[in-house]
Design a binder for this molecule. Structure first.
Ligand code: GLU
Length: 527
């Protein structure tokens, strides 16, 4: 039976790398019908943060990473908080002392500092020089009788080479003489990470230790401890480091590293989990779809597909996942609405993420359009400026034209729709376009001629009609579409980028459209 654990030190926030470790442990357990444990590693009392453990449990719940055993769950291996297990660690430290696999070290801080300094001068790696390993039993007893403070150190067999098979990294080996005699019990009687981690993984019958690559150098120390106790060590899988775009180690300096920050910024849970899962893992093969629910991930996750190389933490990719998830939820909702309006609706999906809903009955189509606008409004209503909310009818019409923009980032709604409610100042050069071969002369002709045909048109509700008259004009003048449509679009929006010109005209209506074209023309005439 597979048993994995997430063993965070409570810091007050959840690091994105921590969420990935938790996720991979959860997924590996779920995939294999195993058990997932949450264990709080809070033996460093200096780092104690009030409420941090509760916060971690909340974050696990938020992510849906339901642990089977943990501080607030039943389980026969508890307590699951290390600060409540100190007696256990002391007992096992004593066992190591008895087995001569550990020794007491009475070195003062001054001595250790001096030793370090000398090592630095000689360009040697900082390592304890084993001064206390050579104390006689009498000398040790004397110091104990004097009440001298001490730590307990691991006695690393320096002639040994520690080898193990990492499930991700493959064969790994460390020479014993490069491994420091690690402190196992500190002078305050609390264990260090190394001892507590090994004892707990053994007692909690953890079968797979899946953790960040930064712990790889600790693993030989752990393996030696297992060996000293006469225990079998679990399988190890070290997942790749998270890197900034410039391939440096992910750091606070280059952006946020806490999951809470990304939630605050409005990224959805599903997108965050999906993004995090793909940091160092990919289903591979012909699998093109990258949109995975937690259930999908649970059924597909394998350690074999975890990469060895560092994983780039690319915010643009998170944005992309967020957009895809917004789209997915939106179209799931729209499909349900469409089927409720007419069970016979034709729903087509010509391209990934793109949907067309066709109804036989025009009335149904317009009922659907209304619902669609309502659904879009629901997504971005918290961000819409009050001044745009006055005319609901116009607002509804505008939202549909910026549908993808809303799904991509609902927070940018105001900048995307503001031009409908009033046009700002713009340079007359905007009406021209070198690549499209629109010079001032062409722009002027386009605006004059389109003004004429649009003045003659009455039905501004129908995008089709608008398109028809403008494309006829293009044909009549024998020019390219862009040569007519670009100047109109920029005169109507004052922007470089905007929705399609026919839908803009239909939303603005006749009067406003003609006014804006005239305004554009006057810019050209004044030159
Ligand atoms: N407490 C360690 C941490 O903060 C756990 C490392 C491990 O999984 O062994 O990440």
């Amino acid at each position: 039976m597979i048993r994995t654990r997430f063993a965070p030190s409570p810091t007050g926030y959840l690091h994105v790398g921590g969420l990935r470790t938790a996720l991979y442990n959860y997924l590996y357990a779920k995939k294999n019908d195993g058990t997932f444990i949450l264990r709080i590693e809070d033996t460093d009392q200096k780092r104690y943060v009030e409420g941090a453990t509760e916060h971690l449990m909340e974050m696990m719940n938020w992510a849906g990473l339901n642990y089977d055993e943990g501080p607030d769950k039943e389980g026969k291996f508890g307590p699951y908080i290390q600060s409540e297990r100190t007696e256990t660690y002391r007992k096992y430290a004593q066992e190591l002392l008895d087995k001569k696999a550990a020794y007491r070290c009475f070195c003062t801080q001054e001595r250790l500092d001096e030793m370090r300094l000398n090592q630095e001068k000689q360009k040697k790696a900082p390592m304890y020089d084993r001064h206390c390993l050579y104390l006689t039993e009498e000398e040790v007893q004397k110091k104990l009788d004097e009440g001298a403070p001490f730590v307990i150190r691991q006695k690393v067999p320096s002639s040994e080479v520690v080898r193990f098979d990492d499930k991700i990294r493959g064969k790994v080996s460390f020479a014993g003489n490069t491994i420091d005699d690690q402190v196992l019990i500190k002078s305050d009687g609390f264990p260090t990470y190394h001892l507590a981690n090994v004892v707990d993984d053994h007692l909690m019958e953890v079968t797979h230790v899946i953790r960040g690559e930064e712990w790889l150098p600790s693993t030989p120390k752990h393996i030696l401890l297992y060996k000293a106790f006469g225990w079998q060590h679990p399988e190890f899988a070290h997942i790749p480091l998270l890197l900034n775009k410039d391939r440096s180690k992910l750091s606070k300096r280059q952006g946020d590293v806490s999951v809470e920050e990304y939630i605050k910024k409005g990224y959805s849970k599903e997108a965050i989990i999906n993004f995090i899962a793909f940091l160092g893992w990919h289903p591979g093969g012909a699998e093109e779809n990258e949109i995975f629910t937690l259930e999908d991930l649970s059924s597909q996750f394998t350690l074999e597909k975890v990469h060895k190389a560092g994983a780039i933490f690319d915010i643009e990719k998170l944005e992309w996942f967020n957009w895809q998830w917004n789209r997915k939820r939106y179209h799931e909702k729209l499909s349900a609405i469409a089927k409720e309006i007419d069970p016979k609706v034709l729903i087509e999906n010509p391209k990934k993420g793109e949907f067309i809903y066709t109804f036989d009955d025009k009335k149904n189509q317009s009922a659907f359009s209304r619902k669609k606008a309502e659904t879009l409004l629901e997504i971005c209503k918290d961000y819409i400026d009050e001044k745009y909310k006055n005319d609901e009818d116009i607002l509804n019409k505008t939202l549909v034209t910026v549908e993808e923009k809303i799904l991509r980032n609902p927070k940018e709604i105001n900048e995307n729709i503001s031009f409908y409610f009033g046009i700002g100042e713009y340079e007359k050069e905007l009406l021209t376009h070198e690549k499209m071969k629109v010079d001032f002369e062409m722009a002027k002709t386009a605006l004059e001629k389109s003004l004429e045909v649009l003045e003659d048109l009455d039905d501004f509700d129908s995008e089709g009609k608008i398109q028809e008259v403008l494309l006829k004009l293009v044909e009549k003048l024998g020019v390219k579409n862009g040569q007519i449509l670009w100047p109109i679009r920029s005169a109507l929006t004052g922007l470089q980028f905007s929705p399609g010109v026919f839908e803009i005209i239909s939303v603005l209506g006749k009067e406003e459209t003609l006014n804006r074209i005239k305004k554009g023309l006057s810019k050209l005439e004044n030159q």
